[in-house]
Design a protein around this ligand. Structure first.
Ligand SMILES: Cc1cc2nc3c(=O)[nH]c(=O)nc-3n(C[C@H](O)[C@H](O)[C@H](O)COP(=O)(O)OP(=O)(O)OC[C@H]3O[C@@H](n4cnc5c(N)ncnc54)[C@H](O)[C@@H]3O)c2cc1C
Length: 550
């Protein structure tokens, strides 16, 4: 099949594009996927992802005694999102539809696709129960057995079959720079053909042009992702409510997450909204073995580490590990902290540190029960140990003095200050006294105790409460943390058929948008804060709706 004969063009071969393409194929349409990277990059960010999915009231939750409901999930979502703009009208409708999808349709569909879930449900963004905190009241983070590659695989298989049948065409190394329009209707795409490139997945590829192209179709789906790989763009859109943009962020996504598709869609009349809503993490560490430039890895922390700012002061509630991402970012930026610190013990690192990303979890990604079983054996998981051994942000110490020396050295701030040793010691003591006292009202100590009441946390995510200064749990560890850029929460405003809306709120004929490029639906389904696992889920949901409608 020649690419020009196609019914639907999908720009971008990330998860949202793949789902839109496969759904359109299932509906009898022919599809061309246009992608700036090479074939090795198929799946986009989802390939690198941890494979966490937000599900509501699932059998996995029920088996673990978690009492969830659609109503509770909606309350959590609405409170966390904080929708407050006129343009949130579609985002609210998408949030409603998404919750329904993740309550009713998502799990049966995953099973149909052959995707299985790890039986222990994680409690991400657990701040909802602390005063002023946002997030999930109950655990809802379901990990796909096989992580990111496990989610992508059913769609790449479906696509390969369609290519063999002559119903799909894959145009790699084609970078879209323009949407073609005729009488107000989008009728195709145009752009640059890029030189063949030998880089491997995740590495920035060359932008050398070897020609131009034009392709036409009845419908065009923009599935080009967000802006997190472009630090300058992140900084230029940084919201005033989060203080000044950080100068030293690490990148949590590959360079192809460059926002070019948003500009292309806007030039064709699509309305791009909520560009200042972003979801970046404050637990970023520099990858000791980087794949892309300034490659950062996010720690998915359990609740027990002590969190200190750049001067060594304990962060105020609800800014505890894994509690409330935006609040922590807001606090750190308000005090101009370019980095912060986790202080913990070997016992905590062994049980509570998970690193986000498929390559950081070879046991789950490789579906290896034998390797997974090693997580319950003494010692840190191998990828975490590699960071303890080689990571430039890690200090492993045999005494408090050694720990403080290391923090002082590594924690030099631009203005010449560093940690205040006395503040660090006082914070450790405050946290230790609270954790050791069963009647303590310290919010972190309360949440550590509560976490241990949930079997999932007790088994794999929360260490038995202990003092950081208890030598039985040493070595002592300090980790310097950076802001890590990741998701764009704003994007192209869409209706519930994923049709891109113009400035007048009317669909731009022939144009659809999905995934991160569409703010995961409606130009910002999450509002200001995400409940985690809603990005991959958002790609599945928006892709499905676009594929049906296109
Ligand atoms: C390490 C990591 C861990 C994560 N873990 C989770 C998790 O556990 N749970 C969760 O819900 N989410 C997670 N995410 C987020 C999630 O993976 C992404 O938000 C999602 O996969 C985005 O998919 P997408 O299809 O919208 O865009 P992308 O995956 O960014 O794909 C966009 C594609 O479009 C192409 N493209 C862009 N511009 C152009 C152009 N002009 N012309 C042609 N092609 C173009 C790009 O090259 C790319 O291939 C994680 C992300 C990362 C990086």
């Amino acid at each position: 099949m020649a690419a020009a004969d196609t019914d639907v063009i999908v720009v971008g071969s990330g998860l949202s594009g793949l789902v839109a393409a496969c759904t359109a194929l299932d509906r009898g349409r022919t599809v061309t996927i246009v992608e700036q990277e090479g074939p090795h990059s198929i799946g986009g960010q989802a390939f690198w992802s941890f494979g966490g999915l937000f599900l509501v009231d699932s059998p996995e939750q029920r088996r673990l005694g978690i009492d969830d409901s659609l109503e509770l999930a909606w309350e959590d979502w609405d409170r966390s999102a904080g929708f407050d703009r006129d343009e949130d009208v579609w985002a609210r409708r998408w949030a409603d539809a998404y919750l329904d999808f993740s309550h009713r349709d998502l799990r049966p569909w995953l099973r149909e696709l052959g995707i299985r879930l790890f039986p222990i449900v994680g409690h991400a963004e657990r701040g909802a129960r602390t005063e002023g905190g946002h997030g999930n009241t109950v655990p809802r983070f379901h990990i796909v057995w096989g992580t990111g590659p496990g989610i992508v695989a059913p769609f790449t298989r479906r696509l390969r079959d369609a290519v063999e049948e002559g119903r799909a065409h894959l145009a790699f190394r084609h970078r879209v720079t323009e949407l073609l329009t005729e009488q107000g209707r989008v009728v195709g795409v145009a752009g640059t053909r890029l030189a063949h490139d030998l880089t491997v997945r995740g590495e920035p590829s060359s932008r050398e042009a070897v020609g131009e192209f034009e392709l036409r179709a009845e419908s065009v789906v923009v599935a080009t992702g967000g802006i997190g790989g472009e630090l300058d763009r992140v900084r230029s859109l940084w919201p005033a409510s989060l203080g000044a943009a950080p100068t030293t962020a690490v990148r949590g996504v590959p360079a192809h997450v460059d926002g070019s598709g948003l500009d292309v869609a806007a030039a064709a009349g699509a309305r791009v909204v909520n560009g200042d809503r972003m979801w970046h993490y404050t637990e970023g560490i520099k990858n000791w073995d980087p794949i892309w430039p300034e490659h950062g890895i996010r720690i998915l922390p359990g609740p027990s580490s002590l969190w200190l700012d750049h001067l060594g002061r304990r962060l105020p509630s609800p800014n505890y590990p894994g509690f409330d991402t935006r609040s922590t970012l807001e606090h750190l930026r308000s005090i101009d902290a370019e980095h912060s610190w986790f202080v913990l013990t070997q016992s905590i690192v062994e049980k509570e540190f998970t690193l986000s990303g498929s390559e950081q979890n070879p046991d789950l990604t490789g579906r290896s029960i034998a390797k997974l079983a090693q997580r319950v054996l003494p010692g840190a998981p191998a990828p975490v140990q590699a960071f303890l051994d080689h990571g430039e942000d890690f200090i492993v110490a045999r005494s408090l003095t050694e720990l403080l020396d290391g923090m002082e050295r590594l924690g030099a701030n631009a203005d010449g200050t560093t940690i205040d040793r006395a503040a660090v010691v006082a914070a450790i003591q405050e946290r230790d006294d609270a954790v050791a006292d069963p009647g303590s009202t310290d919010p972190q100590a309360i949440e550590i105790r509560r976490a241990r009441e949930y079997i999932g946390d007790r088994l794999v995510r929360t260490a038995a409460p202990h003092r950081i200064l208890d030598e039985a749990h040493w070595p002592l560890i300090a980790v310097r943390l950076h802001v890590l850029t990741r998701k764009s929460l704003g994007g192209i405003q869409t209706d519930l058929d994923s049709r891109a809306l113009g400035a007048d709120g009317v669909p731009v004929p022939g144009l659809f948008a999905v995934g991160e490029a569409a703010g995961f639906g409606g130009g910002g389904v999450h509002g200001y804060r995400a409940l985690e696992g809603t990005f991959l889920g958002g790609c599945l949901h928006t892709g499905l709706r676009a594929g049906r409608a296109a």
